[in-house]
Write a protein that binds this ligand. Structure first.
Ligand code: P6P
Length: 320
């Protein structure tokens, strides 16, 4: 592994330790609640959104491994100040995924994606356009989940492994050697309150899950929804499952809610590296050409058999 990539991962892991500690303090340090500031997404920022964003930014800008970074919480890219050495990677992250869970002590996480800065950018400033790379070009991807344990799950393209934070030692300990998503599952994760907006293929799939063994699937299904992609995806990676946040009638251009660059792409790389699949219903997530830093997409990912079934339903619907 290149030295700068190793350093990048170590720095992000150290930042996630501090975010875990900060998230864990919550009301003790008056960190709950929101600010009177809207981010580029049009969402009211939580205090921990901004604090966690700044933790990752300050940890990463001086080490000489990055050319620039981008975040859900920042409208455009952040260039490495000229007083610091410039590196060969670009970091894109969601500092707190699931921040609506913070005030109710629910699962939250940090998601990050690592891209190479274009070689021809070595003689110039990196631009936002340099970030708009296909997800299949990611060098590394990972998330930290802040739950009963803090676990960092990572891939550099050779499988998926997880390390758990030993709070007494302050060290990450290898606990998940090679994570693998079971190809089949009887568990789905979706926000059912959106059902009236779903496209027909999603309606068809979820209804078949709901009728269970009396219907065409012949088996009963279970449902989960943690309102944090990291939480639901960690469940998929750990015991199988399919996660859906599909585009629906409310979204123009089949956009969906989740962001391509710092949610769908990194999670899509992890899921594929663990033997699962990740699509927007029709297209492989990692093959979607980005058009903007904060572009949204529909997301269906997890156990391969279920994702392929849903894709098949979308194709049948398109053909009809
Ligand atoms: P809803 C969190 O805000 C997030 O981006 C994902 O982590 C999560 O899966 C989804 O949105 C939850 O959305 O509409 O159920 O609140």
């Amino acid at each position: 592994m290149p030295a700068q990539l190793r350093l990048l991962i170590e720095v992000v892991a150290r930042a996630c330790k501090l975010i875990s500690h900060t998230v864990g303090k919550g009301a003790l340090d008056n960190l709950l609640g929101q600010l009177d500031i809207e981010n580029v997404q049009g969402e009211i920022q939580k205090k921990l959104d901004v604090i966690s964003n700044d933790i990752l930014l300050e940890a990463n800008e001086w080490g000489g491994h990055l050319a620039a970074l981008a975040s859900e919480e920042m409208e455009t890219i952040h260039l490495i100040p000229h007083r610091y050495p410039k590196g060969e990677y670009q970091l894109v992250y969601d500092p707190i995924d699931g921040s609506s869970n913070i005030d109710v002590n629910g699962i939250v996480g940090t998601i990050f994606s690592v891209l190479r800065a274009p070689e021809e950018a070595s003689g110039r400033e990196v631009t936002e356009q340099d970030f708009l790379q296909l997800g299949r070009n990611q060098v590394a991807a990972g998330y930290a989940i802040y739950g009963p344990q803090t676990v960092l799950v990572l891939t550099v393209g050779t499988g998926v492994f997880g390390v758990t934070l030993d709070r007494e030692m302050g060290s990450w300990m290898l606990t998940h050697e090679r994570m693998s998503i079971p190809v089949s599952t009887r568990e789905f994760a979706i926000n059912m309150s959106n059902a009236r907006h779903w496209a027909p293929p999603v309606q068809r799939y979820i209804n078949e899950c709901l009728v269970g063994q009396t219907g065409p699937r012949g088996v009963d299904f279970n449902m989960r929804w943690m309102a944090s992609m990291v939480g639901d995806v960690h469940s998929n990676l750990t015991r199988g499952g399919v996660f859906l946040y599909p585009w629906d009638a409310r979204h123009t251009d089949r956009a969906g809610k989740l962001r391509l660059m710092y949610e769908a792409n990194p999670i899509g790389m992890l899921v594929e590296q663990a033997g699962g699949a990740a699509t927007d219903g029709l297209r492989r997530i990692l093959d979607i050409t980005p058009t903007g830093l904060h572009q949204r997409v529909g997301v269906i990912l997890g156990s391969r058999e279920e994702v392929e079934r849903i894709t098949c339903y979308h194709r049948e619907d398109t053909a009809s």
